[in-house]
Ligand binder design. Structure first.
Ligand code: SAH
Length: 199
């Protein structure tokens, strides 16, 4: 797979994800936030992901500035990356559909918030974050560059580690025993892993 093809694949995926996000951002406006838990740390993490997931890849694709940091991978990795990319976009879209009006970009409880335990949420508690991991892996395989190929994974890791405990605490505060039971039968991002390491 040539470099140009890989860049085109990346841009198509990128546009698809942006379109899904913008659509749901408009949709959830009708369900008001009643308990917003966005801290300064959360804002910082969101800005970090904006750079790693959005800005750096675009700069890398449209300018020659990061060419010095390219790496070489066999041709077939581009195809594997494309498949992982498609799975990531599907999971991202599906989790938005399942969460519906309960979705927020940050940590919020909305006016008519319900606990979603069906669809992809039946198997894992954080399918959208699972989609982000898949996207990060795909980006590294499709965009062969130490800076903007890896920027997604690097910027998402702190958000993943710091946000999940806060998000789950917020859900426990709101849904109590119902969320406790939900935790007991689901994995975080990998189905059926419910051990002490709890992925
Ligand atoms: N962590 C989830 C959701 C990410 S969006 C995932 O990865 O799929 C973040 C918002 O989703 C949070 O502010 C929270 O209000 C909401 N949320 C998370 N899990 C939920 C669930 N099972 N049901 C309803 N809302 C949920």
């Amino acid at each position: 797979m040539s470099e140009v093809t890989r860049k085109v694949v990346f841009l198509i995926g990128f546009i698809a994800v942006c379109a899904i996000r913008v659509h749901f951002m408009q949709l959830v406006k009708q369900n008001k936030v009643v308990d917003g838990r966005t801290t300064a740390q959360e804002k910082f993490l969101l800005i970090l992901t904006f750079f790693g997931m959005f800005l750096l890849p675009l700069v890398g694709i449209f300018t020659p500035w990061f060419e010095f940091a390219s790496y070489d991978l066999p041709d077939w990795t581009g195809w594997v990356g494309t498949v992982v990319f498609m799975v990531a976009i599907w999971l991202f879209w599906r989790s938005h559909i399942d969460l519906g009006l309960n979705w927020s970009a940050s940590l919020d409880i909305r006016e008519n918030h319900t606990l979603v335990e069906s669809g992809v949420y039946k198997y894992i508690r954080h399918p959208m974050y699972a989609a982000f991991w898949l996207w990060g892996i795909a980006q590294a395989l499709v965009v062969h560059n130490w800076i903007y190929g890896l920027s997604y994974i690097v910027s998402f890791l702190p958000m993943y580690l710091l946000r999940i405990p806060q998000e789950e605490q917020m859900m426990l505060d709101t849904f109590g025993e119902q969320y406790q039971e939900y935790i007991a039968r689901t994995g975080r991002v990998i189905p059926m892993i419910k051990s002490a390491s709890d992925l």
